[in-house]
Design a protein around this ligand. Structure first.
Ligand code: CIR
Length: 266
């Protein structure tokens, strides 16, 4: 069964972290409505929603992707690069522990889940203002026993690796070539975003459907022309907080290896 772990929009969202964007006023009620529509879409695609309780004192808690990397055998609890976000992790670990053994990254390493793009057994990890060399190395040593390879990649211009590139089908990427080179992914083909829509590369593929922000219709047309099924969602308010569609959920298949154990000694 497909699980999608989400967390509600915090009332304090307007105080979110911002790196590449200037602060604009955010309509929190509209953000919550857009997030609810996103959750309904995930459900309609067959995902069972698991909601982590709201944390209104943590502005960025809705962007749950950054708190963990969930693999088939194990979940790695990340240590987010922004100190204001580190309080998000504990409740996420509790939720994930029902489905996977949870391994925890240790300070001072930092890593945001938004910087980790999984393609099969390979985890491409973006070096960013949030993910440092120690974060990359810790992730590598935590996942190596499960036969995952970690490949560091460079990108520029945006917050997370998955703002620049995501997978829209097996072996097929959607990317912004100004922010990352397709040459970093030699085994894949790539669709470029429309260059008038630089933030259009963040897409979430679920059950053969590509969830994509409705703010980027020209890029959507390119996906459709490639034969992909696309479901557009309006995430304009979350975009003002530098979020999009991958960052609002952790999605994975349930595993028979599910366990209640949280290990902090890894
Ligand atoms: C932050 O700066 O951490 C949040 N305002 C946005 C995080 C978006 N996360 C993501 O794209 N994975």
């Amino acid at each position: 069964m497909l699980i999608a772990v989400t967390r509600p929009v915090s009332q304090s969202l307007a105080h979110c972290e911002l790196t590449h964007l200037s602060r604009e006023s955010i309509d929190v009620a509209l953000a919550a409505a857009q997030h609810a529509a996103y959750e309904r879409l995930l459900s309609s695609l067959g995902a069972a929603l698991v909601r982590v309780p709201a944390a209104h004192e943590l502005p960025d808690a809705v962007f749950i992707e950054d708190t963990a990397v969930v693999l088939d055998e194990v979940a790695v609890l990340a240590r987010p690069g922004a100190p204001s976000r580190r309080g998000e992790s504990a409740a996420v670990a509790q939720a994930l522990a029902k489905y996977r053994p949870v391994l925890c990254m240790k300070p001072p390493a930092t890593l945001d889940g938004g910087d980790v793009l999984r393609l099969g057994r390979c985890l491409y990890v973006g070096r960013s203002s949030r993910t440092d060399q120690q974060g990359i190395e810790q992730l590598e040593s935590l996942v190596a026993p499960f036969d995952y390879r970690v490949v560091p990649v460079e990108f520029t211009g945006c917050l997370h690796l998955k703002s620049a590139v995501t997978a829209v089908a097996n072996g097929l990427l959607l990317l912004n070539p100004d922010w990352i080179s397709a040459a970093a992914f030699p085994t894949c083909e790539a669709i470029a975003i429309d260059d008038r829509e630089p933030h259009g590369a963040n897409a979430l593929e679920i059950a053969g459907v590509v969830i994509h922000p409705s703010q980027f219709p020209r890029t959507r047309d390119r996906l459709v022309q490639c034969g992909l099924r696309v479901a557009s969602v309006d995430c304009s308010e979350l975009a003002k907080a530098e979020g999009a569609v991958t960052c609002c959920s952790l999605t994975f298949e349930t595993s028979s290896a599910a366990t209640q154990t949280v290990r902090t000694d890894a």
